[in-house]
Design a protein around this ligand. Structure first.
Ligand code: ATP
Ligand code: MG
Length: 421
């Protein structure tokens, strides 16, 4: 069953009347029976989106459909959703079995049937042998499996997972990722998986939706959004090591960096943000390209990362180690279709930008200005918070020093008094 959002918005208004558009005019479909990753930086509105779909928040505008049903006004318990959060929130005094069975208690299900369902689900998530244990006797990963089983036991139409793995250590996360993917495939439940970890989203999702400041930035398969980012934000958000970005100029179908002709690239003349992923560089034999010294290299087995400076900016290129063996200098080049150009005012990928009409360009400019303002306000707030916490720390240390001095003085006084006696 597909989930459709129509003009969905959630605006929070705080005490000072300041508006936060946590979800801002979303029009998308979450594919039926697939796992969609909802990805974006902290505070971009991921949890708010899940809460809206779950019915725990009421939208400010817009509608939500499950298949053909309009569920916008439906209470959470009538929507047929299973929810899993970061903190597993199991009942500590109940056994695993009782925890999983709990959601069935208020339903018209016989005890026998409830037990059968519980056992089946417990097997599915891999905790079939632990039904009599209490949560405290389980590892973090096992507890999270119980939480997933509890969400699944009611046979929900939709499974909503909000950063379900972020309390687990790195190795367990990897393992649970695979497990969630398998469980989703076996049950075929339409699933939304929230994460701010791009690698997690890329590895687990059939499709990914990327958000920023409540806005949809792109939706597509992991491969598609990685290779064909719609805008500079998505290009920068995906990839580790990150994409290299610099300002370049196109003249007569060649890319120039600071008046130096570097690569062939067919595009209208003008200045652009240029994005090149580290792994898209190649060591070339011909003249056209960037000449770099191999002084600053980091060999990591089969691959080597070459670092070089372009103006004041560090650029990373990932090449196969044997292509540079024994060389002092190499020429780096990039396949033409791997050079991404972004319009500087809208920050849209040039391929998208060229399809827009004048009105759409104006709208895209406006949106980008709006996002830049939010980003500026966000980083100022962060800087203020950092400053405040630094000052608090200094004050703390000053107090500690003073307390120590007073303690010493008191000791000396006591010793002196003892001597006087
Ligand atoms: N109940 C609320 N009242 C006011 N503002 C809220 C409320 N809940 C969320 N917000 C704001 O809405 C924005 C989106 O928050 P949300 O929790 O959805 O982000 P998120 O993407 O889940 O972030 P994180 O990755 O940190 O969990 C934030 O700016 C947040 O401060
Ligand atoms: Mg969240």
């Amino acid at each position: 069953m597909e989930i459709r959002l129509k003009n969905l918005s959630k605006i929070f208004i705080d005490k000072t009347k300041k508006e936060t558009r946590a979800v801002d005019d979303f029009n998308i479909n979450f594919a039926s029976e697939k796992l969609t990753g909802l990805l974006g930086p902290s505070g971009c509105g991921k949890s708010t989106m899940l809460f809206l779909i779950a019915g725990l928040h009421e939208p400010t505008y817009g509608r939500i459909f499950f298949g053909d049903d309009d569920v916008t006004r439906l209470s959470p318990d009538k929507r047929g959703i299973g929810l899993v959060f970061q903190n597993y929130a199991l009942y500590p005094h109940m056994t695993v079995k009782q925890n999983i069975m709990f959601p069935l208690e208020n339903m018209q299900v016989s005890r026998k049937q409830a037990l059968e369902e519980t056992k089946k689900i417990a097997e599915l998530v891999g905790i079939g042998t632990m039904l009599e244990r209490k949560p405290a006797q389980l590892s973090g990963g096992q507890q999270q499996r119980v939480a997933i089983a509890r969400a699944l036991v009611k046979k929900p139409r939709v499974l909503l997972l909000d950063e379900p793995l972020s309390n687990l250590d790195a190795r367990l996360r990897l393992q649970m990722r695979e497990e969630i993917k398998r469980i989703q495939r076996e049950t075929g439940i339409t699933t939304i998986f929230v994460t701010h970890d791009q690698e997690e989203a890329m590895s687990i999702s059939d499709e990914i939706v990327i958000m920023n400041f409540g806005k949809e930035m792109q939706k597509g398969t992991p491969q598609d959004i990685y290779l064909n980012p719609d805008n500079l934000f998505v290009a920068k958000f995906l990839g580790n090591p990150p994409i290299n970005v610099f300002v370049g100029e196109i003249k007569k179908n060649h890319l120039y960096f600071q008046d130096k002709k570097i690569f062939k690239k067919k595009a209208p003349d003008g200045k652009y943000y240029v994005g090149i992923r580290p792994e898209d560089f190649r060591v070339a034999t011909d003249e056209e390209g960037v000449v770099v010294s191999t002084d600053n290299m980091e060999v990591t087995g089969r691959d080597t990362t070459i670092h070089f400076m372009a103006n004041d900016q560090r650029v990373r290129a990932l090449v196969e180690s044997d292509t540079i063996m024994g060389k002092k200098e190499v020429v780096l080049t990039v396949k033409e279709d791997r050079i991404h150009l972004f319009d500087m005012e809208t920050e849209l990928h040039l391929d998208n930008y060229l399809k827009l009409n004048e009105k759409e360009i104006e709208e895209a400019k406006e949106l980008n200005r709006h996002l830049k303002e939010l980003e500026e306000a966000h980083s100022q707030r962060k800087a203020r918070e950092a400053l405040a916490s630094e000052e608090a720390e200094m004050e703390e240390r000053r107090k500690a020093r003073q307390a120590k001095r007073e303690e010493k003085r008191a000791k000396r006084r006591a010793a002196k008094e003892k001597g006087d006696e």
